[in-house]
Design a protein around this ligand. Sequence first.
Ligand SMILES: [Zn+2]
Ligand SMILES: [Zn+2]
Length: 270
Amino acid sequence: MTKLAVPILSDSHCHLDFDDFKPDLESVIDRARRSGVIHMLTVCTRMSCFTSVRNVAENFSHVYCSVGSHPSQIFEDTSISTKKIVALAYSCNKVVAIGECGLDYFHSNIPRDKQVDSFHAHITAAQETGMPIIIHTRNSYEETATILEKEYANKSFSGVIHCFSGPHDMAMRMLDIGLYLSLSGIITFKKSHYLRDIVANLPINRLLIETDAPFISPSPNRGKRNEPAYIVHINKALAEAKGIREEESALITTQNFLHLFNKVPAYKAV
Ligand SMILES: [Zn+2]
Ligand SMILES: [Zn+2]
Protein backbone atom coordinates (compact mmCIF):
# COMPACT_ATOMS: atom_id res chain seq x y z
CA MET A 1 0.00 0.00 0.00
CA THR A 2 1.41 3.39 -0.97
CA LYS A 3 1.52 5.96 1.79
CA LEU A 4 -0.16 9.22 0.94
CA ALA A 5 1.99 12.33 1.29
CA VAL A 6 -0.86 14.24 2.91
CA PRO A 7 -4.17 12.81 4.09
CA ILE A 8 -7.34 13.43 2.07
CA LEU A 9 -9.56 15.49 4.34
CA SER A 10 -13.04 17.00 4.08
CA ASP A 11 -14.25 19.88 6.23
CA SER A 12 -18.01 19.28 6.41
CA HIS A 13 -18.89 22.59 8.09
CA CYS A 14 -17.26 26.01 7.96
CA HIS A 15 -18.34 29.62 7.40
CA LEU A 16 -16.01 31.06 4.79
CA ASP A 17 -18.33 33.97 3.97
CA PHE A 18 -17.89 35.49 7.45
CA ASP A 19 -16.08 38.80 7.80
CA ASP A 20 -13.31 37.02 9.75
CA PHE A 21 -12.06 35.65 6.40
CA LYS A 22 -12.49 38.82 4.32
CA PRO A 23 -8.84 39.92 4.47
CA ASP A 24 -7.21 36.63 3.49
CA LEU A 25 -9.73 34.09 2.15
CA GLU A 26 -7.43 33.00 -0.68
CA SER A 27 -4.58 32.18 1.71
CA VAL A 28 -7.00 30.40 4.06
CA ILE A 29 -8.15 28.14 1.24
CA ASP A 30 -4.61 27.69 -0.01
CA ARG A 31 -3.43 26.57 3.45
CA ALA A 32 -6.34 24.13 3.64
CA ARG A 33 -5.44 22.66 0.23
CA ARG A 34 -1.80 22.27 1.26
CA SER A 35 -2.94 20.46 4.43
CA GLY A 36 -4.82 17.93 2.31
CA VAL A 37 -8.35 19.37 2.55
CA ILE A 38 -10.07 18.46 -0.72
CA HIS A 39 -13.63 19.49 0.17
CA MET A 40 -14.90 22.42 2.21
CA LEU A 41 -18.60 22.91 2.80
CA THR A 42 -19.33 26.54 3.60
CA VAL A 43 -22.63 26.64 5.44
CA CYS A 44 -25.30 29.30 5.08
CA THR A 45 -26.63 30.80 8.32
CA ARG A 46 -28.89 33.52 6.97
CA MET A 47 -31.01 33.62 3.80
CA SER A 48 -29.98 37.21 3.09
CA CYS A 49 -26.31 36.12 3.08
CA PHE A 50 -26.89 33.24 0.68
CA THR A 51 -25.51 35.14 -2.33
CA SER A 52 -22.17 35.71 -0.62
CA VAL A 53 -22.06 32.08 0.56
CA ARG A 54 -22.73 30.90 -2.99
CA ASN A 55 -20.12 33.30 -4.39
CA VAL A 56 -17.42 31.72 -2.23
CA ALA A 57 -18.43 28.28 -3.50
CA GLU A 58 -18.46 29.46 -7.10
CA ASN A 59 -15.06 31.14 -6.79
CA PHE A 60 -13.18 28.15 -5.37
CA SER A 61 -13.31 24.73 -6.97
CA HIS A 62 -12.97 22.75 -3.71
CA VAL A 63 -15.69 24.66 -1.89
CA TYR A 64 -19.39 23.69 -1.85
CA CYS A 65 -22.26 25.37 0.00
CA SER A 66 -25.69 25.00 1.57
CA VAL A 67 -28.79 27.18 1.89
CA GLY A 68 -30.69 27.78 5.11
CA SER A 69 -31.26 29.81 8.22
CA HIS A 70 -29.66 29.28 11.61
CA PRO A 71 -32.18 29.27 14.51
CA SER A 72 -30.49 32.32 16.04
CA GLN A 73 -31.30 34.31 12.87
CA ILE A 74 -35.09 34.20 13.43
CA PHE A 75 -35.21 37.98 13.87
CA GLU A 76 -33.27 38.61 10.63
CA ASP A 77 -34.90 35.93 8.49
CA THR A 78 -38.53 36.63 9.20
CA SER A 79 -40.16 34.77 6.32
CA ILE A 80 -38.63 31.34 5.92
CA SER A 81 -40.53 29.09 3.57
CA THR A 82 -39.85 25.71 2.05
CA LYS A 83 -40.52 27.22 -1.38
CA LYS A 84 -37.79 29.84 -0.94
CA ILE A 85 -35.26 27.32 0.37
CA VAL A 86 -35.96 24.88 -2.48
CA ALA A 87 -35.68 27.62 -5.13
CA LEU A 88 -32.26 28.69 -3.83
CA ALA A 89 -31.14 25.07 -3.43
CA TYR A 90 -31.62 24.64 -7.18
CA SER A 91 -30.07 27.99 -8.07
CA CYS A 92 -26.54 26.65 -8.53
CA ASN A 93 -24.95 23.20 -8.72
CA LYS A 94 -22.52 24.11 -5.92
CA VAL A 95 -25.43 23.96 -3.43
CA VAL A 96 -25.29 20.45 -1.98
CA ALA A 97 -27.23 20.69 1.30
CA ILE A 98 -30.03 22.38 3.23
CA GLY A 99 -29.21 24.27 6.46
CA GLU A 100 -27.90 24.95 8.89
CA CYS A 101 -31.17 24.83 10.74
CA GLY A 102 -32.50 23.39 13.95
CA LEU A 103 -33.12 24.46 17.52
CA ASP A 104 -30.95 26.62 19.74
CA TYR A 105 -32.36 26.94 23.24
CA PHE A 106 -29.14 28.31 24.71
CA HIS A 107 -30.28 31.91 24.26
CA SER A 108 -33.69 32.20 25.93
CA ASN A 109 -34.81 35.28 23.93
CA ILE A 110 -35.29 33.43 20.62
CA PRO A 111 -38.94 32.36 20.32
CA ARG A 112 -39.07 28.58 20.34
CA ASP A 113 -42.26 28.26 18.30
CA LYS A 114 -40.66 30.24 15.45
CA GLN A 115 -37.55 28.08 15.61
CA VAL A 116 -39.69 24.95 15.35
CA ASP A 117 -41.60 26.36 12.33
CA SER A 118 -38.36 27.23 10.55
CA PHE A 119 -36.90 23.81 11.33
CA HIS A 120 -39.96 22.10 9.80
CA ALA A 121 -39.70 24.28 6.67
CA HIS A 122 -36.08 23.15 6.21
CA ILE A 123 -36.85 19.48 6.79
CA THR A 124 -39.62 19.64 4.18
CA ALA A 125 -37.13 21.22 1.76
CA ALA A 126 -34.74 18.31 2.39
CA GLN A 127 -37.55 15.81 1.83
CA GLU A 128 -38.59 17.53 -1.41
CA THR A 129 -35.13 17.99 -2.91
CA GLY A 130 -33.47 14.83 -1.60
CA MET A 131 -30.59 17.03 -0.40
CA PRO A 132 -29.13 16.30 3.05
CA ILE A 133 -29.96 18.60 5.95
CA ILE A 134 -27.36 20.14 8.28
CA ILE A 135 -28.74 20.26 11.81
CA HIS A 136 -27.71 22.60 14.61
CA THR A 137 -28.89 21.68 18.10
CA ARG A 138 -27.93 23.39 21.32
CA ASN A 139 -29.54 22.80 24.73
CA SER A 140 -32.38 21.17 22.81
CA TYR A 141 -31.35 17.67 21.88
CA GLU A 142 -34.53 15.97 23.13
CA GLU A 143 -36.81 18.31 21.14
CA THR A 144 -34.54 18.14 18.08
CA ALA A 145 -34.44 14.34 18.11
CA THR A 146 -38.22 14.05 18.55
CA ILE A 147 -38.93 16.36 15.58
CA LEU A 148 -36.44 14.52 13.37
CA GLU A 149 -37.83 11.10 14.28
CA LYS A 150 -41.42 12.18 13.60
CA GLU A 151 -40.53 13.81 10.28
CA TYR A 152 -38.46 10.82 9.24
CA ALA A 153 -41.44 8.54 9.89
CA ASN A 154 -43.51 10.73 7.50
CA LYS A 155 -40.92 10.79 4.75
CA SER A 156 -37.26 9.83 4.86
CA PHE A 157 -34.39 12.30 4.42
CA SER A 158 -30.66 12.28 5.01
CA GLY A 159 -28.57 14.64 7.09
CA VAL A 160 -25.99 15.33 9.75
CA ILE A 161 -25.99 16.56 13.34
CA HIS A 162 -23.22 19.12 13.14
CA CYS A 163 -20.85 19.79 16.03
CA PHE A 164 -22.02 16.64 17.78
CA SER A 165 -20.95 16.65 21.41
CA GLY A 166 -23.21 14.04 23.00
CA PRO A 167 -24.98 12.59 24.75
CA HIS A 168 -24.70 8.94 23.74
CA ASP A 169 -28.49 8.54 23.63
CA MET A 170 -28.74 11.32 21.01
CA ALA A 171 -26.10 9.56 18.88
CA MET A 172 -28.03 6.29 18.99
CA ARG A 173 -31.35 7.90 18.11
CA MET A 174 -29.85 9.81 15.19
CA LEU A 175 -27.93 6.79 13.85
CA ASP A 176 -31.20 4.84 14.01
CA ILE A 177 -32.81 7.16 11.46
CA GLY A 178 -29.73 7.08 9.24
CA LEU A 179 -28.22 10.45 10.11
CA TYR A 180 -24.50 11.18 10.31
CA LEU A 181 -22.69 12.84 13.22
CA SER A 182 -20.04 15.49 12.64
CA LEU A 183 -17.23 16.08 15.13
CA SER A 184 -15.73 19.50 15.72
CA GLY A 185 -12.71 20.83 17.64
CA ILE A 186 -14.47 19.90 20.88
CA ILE A 187 -13.10 16.36 20.49
CA THR A 188 -9.54 17.76 20.76
CA PHE A 189 -10.09 19.52 24.08
CA LYS A 190 -8.33 18.08 27.09
CA LYS A 191 -11.51 17.91 29.15
CA SER A 192 -13.56 16.14 26.43
CA HIS A 193 -12.94 12.57 27.69
CA TYR A 194 -16.69 11.92 27.78
CA LEU A 195 -16.99 12.76 24.06
CA ARG A 196 -13.97 10.66 23.05
CA ASP A 197 -15.48 7.75 25.01
CA ILE A 198 -18.78 8.10 23.14
CA VAL A 199 -16.99 8.37 19.79
CA ALA A 200 -14.87 5.28 20.49
CA ASN A 201 -18.06 3.21 20.28
CA LEU A 202 -19.72 4.88 17.29
CA PRO A 203 -19.57 3.33 13.79
CA ILE A 204 -16.86 5.19 11.87
CA ASN A 205 -18.79 4.92 8.61
CA ARG A 206 -21.32 7.40 10.03
CA LEU A 207 -18.90 10.07 11.23
CA LEU A 208 -17.81 13.33 9.61
CA ILE A 209 -15.36 15.98 10.76
CA GLU A 210 -15.70 19.76 10.66
CA THR A 211 -13.91 22.88 11.83
CA ASP A 212 -17.00 25.14 12.19
CA ALA A 213 -14.44 27.87 11.35
CA PRO A 214 -14.07 30.66 12.36
CA PHE A 215 -15.41 29.23 15.67
CA ILE A 216 -14.20 26.46 18.04
CA SER A 217 -10.49 26.32 17.21
CA PRO A 218 -9.13 22.88 18.07
CA SER A 219 -6.19 22.30 20.38
CA PRO A 220 -3.41 23.40 19.91
CA ASN A 221 -4.88 26.46 18.21
CA ARG A 222 -7.43 27.40 20.88
CA GLY A 223 -8.02 31.11 21.18
CA LYS A 224 -7.03 31.81 17.55
CA ARG A 225 -9.36 32.21 14.60
CA ASN A 226 -10.22 28.75 13.35
CA GLU A 227 -9.76 27.81 9.67
CA PRO A 228 -10.24 24.66 7.54
CA ALA A 229 -6.51 23.73 7.61
CA TYR A 230 -6.92 22.98 11.33
CA ILE A 231 -9.16 20.01 10.49
CA VAL A 232 -5.97 17.92 10.73
CA HIS A 233 -6.10 18.24 14.53
CA ILE A 234 -9.72 17.08 14.65
CA ASN A 235 -8.92 14.15 12.38
CA LYS A 236 -5.98 13.23 14.61
CA ALA A 237 -8.19 13.24 17.73
CA LEU A 238 -10.75 11.07 15.95
CA ALA A 239 -8.07 8.60 14.82
CA GLU A 240 -6.79 8.37 18.40
CA ALA A 241 -10.29 7.83 19.81
CA LYS A 242 -10.88 5.02 17.29
CA GLY A 243 -7.38 3.51 17.56
CA ILE A 244 -6.71 3.81 13.81
CA ARG A 245 -4.18 5.68 11.68
CA GLU A 246 -4.83 9.32 10.72
CA GLU A 247 -4.72 8.46 6.99
CA GLU A 248 -7.51 5.94 7.55
CA SER A 249 -9.82 8.25 9.49
CA ALA A 250 -9.21 10.99 6.89
CA LEU A 251 -10.08 8.69 4.02
CA ILE A 252 -13.14 7.20 5.72
CA THR A 253 -14.58 10.57 6.76
CA THR A 254 -14.04 11.83 3.21
CA GLN A 255 -15.86 8.78 1.83
CA ASN A 256 -18.68 9.46 4.31
CA PHE A 257 -18.74 13.10 3.20
CA LEU A 258 -19.18 12.04 -0.43
CA HIS A 259 -21.82 9.52 0.54
CA LEU A 260 -23.91 12.08 2.39
CA PHE A 261 -23.32 15.12 0.17
CA ASN A 262 -23.83 13.11 -2.98
CA LYS A 263 -24.01 16.12 -5.29
CA VAL A 264 -20.28 16.67 -4.69
CA PRO A 265 -18.37 14.99 -7.52
CA ALA A 266 -15.87 12.33 -6.46
CA TYR A 267 -12.40 13.72 -6.09
CA LYS A 268 -9.96 13.19 -8.93
CA ALA A 269 -6.31 13.83 -8.24
CA VAL A 270 -4.87 16.20 -10.80
ZN1 LIG B 1 -24.21 25.47 14.23
ZN1 LIG C 1 -22.27 26.63 11.65
